[in-house]
Design a protein around this ligand. Structure first.
Ligand code: AGP
Length: 600
């Protein structure tokens, strides 16, 4: 939820820290800070509440010694302690000789703080991370070596960390990770570490992903170790995200770019998966046992993607599927032969990681991860990984990753059903043909949405609450539409099965209440809507011909496809964004949110 960057370069470190932090800002944007080694062997620390721009404006005010090429930076999403400069990272030890940035949560911070305070350490903030700086100081006083001190300090911690520690006197830089992502890399400009490859993708071609417990010193040689002993470095992997993919180009905001990319993303996924669906090869290639029953775990938008995939597995293959909100998974009891499927675009969502531990690990159920980050903690814990291949998604609101989760999940589900004999190849082939039409259908939906929604959204700026209705296969899309609207506009939005309205929520409807309907042609829908119209609601239907936003083109077969009206997600995303623009909201960085939620 926060972002970390560290660099060791021959040129001033700020030339890398600031652009890196800007690329990490989507991970958290409450405050930001840097600590840079100076030519006199001190540390210059600059922090600011708010965005990176505010920090940048402070830099010319630095009147101390010259800054050199070694530094660390952080952008924060507050968990422990208010959004204040004192609580912003980097955090220093008592003497200001050691400075640290940290992502994660230290579970035993309270007891360590009490112990260190009793030994005379003075704390500046209420943040758990500051405890680590003082622990390193404490260990350094005894061991006299930064790397040894970091390793010794880490053995005292319980929780999760990705951290970078800078020492003023020597300019040494040590990074470490445990249950929180961190990569290191060397490129022509120097050495880098970052919590997200997006931060450094412009400067490196390969990177190494830290394993749980790894400690690395970024020196002339990168020195790898665990907490106890030296270790071999993990293999370098190509940095697949090009610099261009994390830049805005001609777009106003990343959400606009990412909505627009969806037809291409769909075409790429279908090209990759298509041939292996009909012969079951996508499934068999994963090396998992035959499909019998499934338990899915996810949060937020990923949960909605899970609803689409679960519905298809039940509908097409008769596979029993349970789907849990990952933060509530303790309630589930798994049967034998259950495959756990965790869906998470980031692969770092704490609720998902904890649910996986409690569910898959405890029951011995194999784990399949569906994620957009094949280097993530979730991917590393899984028995098999399916990459969603959406490319980097920078806007906090998930758009193209939802689409990619749905299509990748649908592809592997159909392939699994073929492999276990629950779907014949003729029907599988027909379904693949339908899937292949989706990129064009999504492109048409985008055109229609961009034409119609600005006018419709302009009428809705005064509305304080919105209802989203659907039936059957449309329900996950209505839920996703309501979530997008809440995130982007800060207005209340709730989705309901249309048939459920008369059991209570109809009381919310009065003249002018906006009611967004995902109409996939269910014959019961007109009856449900009549009750809404009779009360004067402002109804906007999204569906086939005759709807206010007609994005579902006619199909050869009757009824919705087993993945439901996927095209409708495009106008729902456009509606949320357009309304948020009209209300003056920050499209890519909605208030109180962060891209990857690494706290439970
Ligand atoms: C989506 O727009 C949200 N930002 C959020 O609901 C997100 O989908 C959720 O936090 C899960 O994230 P994940 O897919 O990275 O696990």
């Amino acid at each position: 939820m926060c972002g970390i960057i560290a660099c060791r370069t021959p040129v001033p470190a700020l030339e890398f820290l600031l652009p890196g932090l800007r690329r990490l800002e989507y991970r958290g944007y409450d405050s930001a800070g840097v600590a840079v080694h100076t030519t006199t062997g001190a540390i210059a620390r600059l922090r600011a509440v708010g965005r990176i721009e505010t920090l940048q404006k402070r830099l010319p005010g630095w009147a101390g010694p010259d800054l050199d090429g070694v530094g660390i930076g952080h952008t924060r999403w507050a968990t422990h302690g208010a959004v204040t400069e004192q609580n912003a990272h980097p955090h220093n030890d008592c003497s200001g000789r050691i400075s640290l940035v940290h992502n994660g949560i230290i579970d035993n911070a309270g007891e360590l703080r009490a112990e260190l305070a009793a030994a005379g350490h003075v704390f500046e903030s209420v943040v758990d991370s500051e405890v680590i700086a003082h622990l390193v100081e404490d260990r350094f006083d005894e061991l006299g070596d930064l790397r040894a001190a970091v390793r010794a300090a880490l053995t005292r911690l319980r929780g999760s960390w990705a951290l970078a520690v800078l020492q003023g006197t020597t300019g040494r830089l040590v990074v470490a990770a445990h249950r929180s992502p961190l990569v290191v890399a060397r490129g022509e400009h120097g050495d880098f570490a970052a919590s997200d490859p997006a931060a450094i993708t412009e400067w490196v071609e390969h990177l190494r992903v830290l394993r749980d417990g790894d400690v690395v010193e970024l020196a002339d040689e990168h020195r790898w170790s665990g907490l106890e002993a030296p270790l071999a470095a993990p293999p370098a992997v190509p940095c697949t995200w090009s610099a261009e993919t994390v830049q805005l180009g001609d777009y106003r905001d990343f959400m606009a770019k990412e909505i627009d990319q969806q037809p291409q993303v769909a075409a790429r996924i279908l090209d990759e998966l298509g041939p292996g669906i009909v012969d079951g090869a996508v499934w068999t290639g994963l090396g998992l046992p035959p499909l019998r029953r499934i338990h899915m775990l996810a949060c937020g938008t990923s949960l909605h993607a899970g609803q689409v995939i679960a519905g298809l597995l039940r509908r097409v293959g008769g596979i029993p599927v349970t789907l849990s909100v990952a933060s509530e998974v303790d309630e589930e009891i798994l049967e034998a032969d259950t495959l756990t499927v965790a869906i998470s675009q980031s692969g770092e969502t704490a609720d998902v990681l904890r649910a996986v531990e409690g569910s898959s690990a405890a029951s011995g159920s194999p784990l399949l991860a569906l994620t957009n980050n094949p280097h993530s903690t979730l991917a590393r814990r899984a028995d098999a990984v399916l990459s969603c291949s959406a490319g980097p998604e920078i806007a906090v609101a998930a758009t193209k990753t939802f689409l990619s989760q749905v299509l990748t999940g649908v592809g592997v589900a159909l392939s699994g059903l073929v492999a276990c004999g629950r779907l014949d190849t003729t029907r599988a082939r027909a379904l693949v043909t339908e899937l292949d039409a989706l990129p064009d259908r999504l492109a048409t939906a985008a055109l229609t949405a961009n034409q119609l929604l600005p006018t419709l959204a302009a009428e809705l700026t005064q509305a304080s609450g919105f209802l989203f209705l659907a039936r059957g296969t449309g329900l996950p899309y209505a839920a996703e539409g309501a979530l997008k609207l809440k995130e982007l506009t800060y207005r209340w939005a709730q989705s309901y099965p249309a048939g459920e309205l008369k059991h209570g929520p109809l009381a919310l409807v009065e003249a002018g209440t906006p009611v967004i309907v995902i109409d996939d042609g269910d014959p019961r829908m007109p009856g449900n809507l009549a009750a809404v119209q009779a009360r004067g609601a402002r109804m906007i239907s999204i569906g086939g011909p005759g709807c206010a936003v007609p994005v579902i083109l006619p199909r050869a077969t009757a009824g919705p496809p087993p993945w439901g009206p996927l095209e409708t997600v495009v106008p729902l995303q456009v509606l949320a964004r357009t309304l948020a623009l009209a209300l003056g909201r920050d499209i890519d960085k909605p208030r109180n949110l962060a891209k990857s939620v690494t706290v439970e």
